[in-house]
Write a protein that binds this ligand. Structure first.
Ligand SMILES: Cc1cc2nc3c(=O)[nH]c(=O)nc-3n(C[C@H](O)[C@H](O)[C@H](O)COP(=O)(O)O)c2cc1C
Length: 328
């Protein structure tokens, strides 16, 4: 069982829609891998429908380098949870995670994500249905509550009473989105709930943990926490799961790897170039001329155009670097 194989404190790359796809996970696996990956969330009713299955399966694509990996799913229909999880083992996943924390309006209107906090009975039905349709461990990712941080005192016990294999708590309410600092001060209270109700459930803390050093500090303070999940930290440092501070060259190499992987992907999928642009700021950041270069890249329409601009830039910076004024 994957959750028992991970050494404490383990580090996880948070599921992030539009970010932690199969391509970006390969980039992170090559820079400094976490102990465990999660997919972006996939809708169970989409998987359960004829029309949506192909797209759902694309979202659930994995490669050997992003293992071990957990499939994250969301929805509100218990039967669809059952149907989806039944397929996941064959797809190479080590576990399945139920998203009970997403604050997106469309997701919540559809009754999924954080809306589950307001319908605990339905949440438990979805969990039970998922558990009864797979031998994979089933975990849950959620928030403290819908609008008041004190809701965790009743909401987390509801979940822990079902003994999920792991519980990730993003230390904010749905209403707080990501606008206030995560409530790290509540970790001791959450740990006591876990000990009292479900001591075998692995507890993962998430929210404002930006890198490994940050996680290790929290580990020293709260050694009972099993794992830490890092989300947006990866935007400011794709090496955030290591102690390494990357050089500009290393970041550029990652950008080229991302371009290579994306080019391959576009050949076989109906993907457009535009979403790739969201990633440029991760690699082109914090060096002289970074914002100008980024602005130029944002004007591009293809990986070829992006490569041409990068080649030009490399030539310019080499010229600047040479002592005698000649390119090196
Ligand atoms: C762009 C973006 C997409 C996200 N998508 C998901 C998702 O698909 N599933 C999920 O459980 N959480 C999702 N989240 C929430 C993150 O997993 C994480 O809980 C949140 O960013 C807080 O962690 P952090 O402070 O380390 O970023 C997303 C967050 C961001 C910024």
């Amino acid at each position: 069982m994957i959750w028992n194989e991970l050494k404490k404190p383990f580090l996880i790359l948070a599921p992030m829609e539009g970010v932690t796809d199969v391509i970006f996970r390969q980039v992170i696996a090559s820079s400094g891998r976490p102990d465990l990956f999660f997919t972006e969330f996939t809708n169970v009713s989409s998987y359960a429908s004829l029309k949506g299955r192909e797209n759902a399966l694309e979202r659930l694509a994995t490669v050997p380098t992003d293992k071990p990996i957990i499939a994250q799913i969301w929805g509100k229909n218990p039967e669809h949870f059952g149907e989806t999880v039944a397929a996941l083992k064959k797809l190479g996943f080590s576990g399945v995670d139920l998203n009970f924390g997403c604050p997106d309006k469309n997701v919540n209107r559809a009754g999924g994500g954080a809306a589950m906090i307001k319908t605990p009975e339905l949440a438990i039905s979805c969990f039970k249905e998922a558990k009864s349709h797979t031998s994979l461990p089933v975990s849950i990712k959620t928030r403290l509550g819908w609008s008041d941080i004190n809701e965790f005192k009743t909401w987390l016990p509801v979940l822990l009473s079902e003994h999920p294999a792991a519980l990730t708590v993003h230390l904010r309410t749905k209403k707080e989105m990501s606008k206030v600092p995560a409530h790290h001060e509540l970790i001791p209270d959450i740990l006591s709930l876990r000990v009292k109700i479900s001591p075998k459930t692995k507890l993962i803390i998430n929210g404002d943990i930006k890198d490994k050093a940050n996680a290790m500090k929290l580990h020293q303070k709260y050694p009972e926490v099993d794992g830490f999940m890092i989300g947006r930290g990866v935007f400011s440092n794709p090496y955030c799961f290591t102690d390494h501070t990357p050089t500009k060259d290393e970041l550029m190499k990652l950008l080229y790897l991302h371009l290579d992987l994306y080019e391959e992907y576009i050949k076989t999928h109906s993907a457009s170039y535009e979403p790739l642009k969201h990633f440029f700021k991760i690699y082109i950041n914090n060096f002289p001329g970074a914002s100008d270069l980024r602005a130029k890249l944002m004007e591009t329409h293809s990986t070829e155009e992006a490569r041409a601009i990068l080649a030009q830039q490399t030539a310019i910076s080499r010229t600047r670097l040479s002592d005698d004024g000649t390119p090196i």
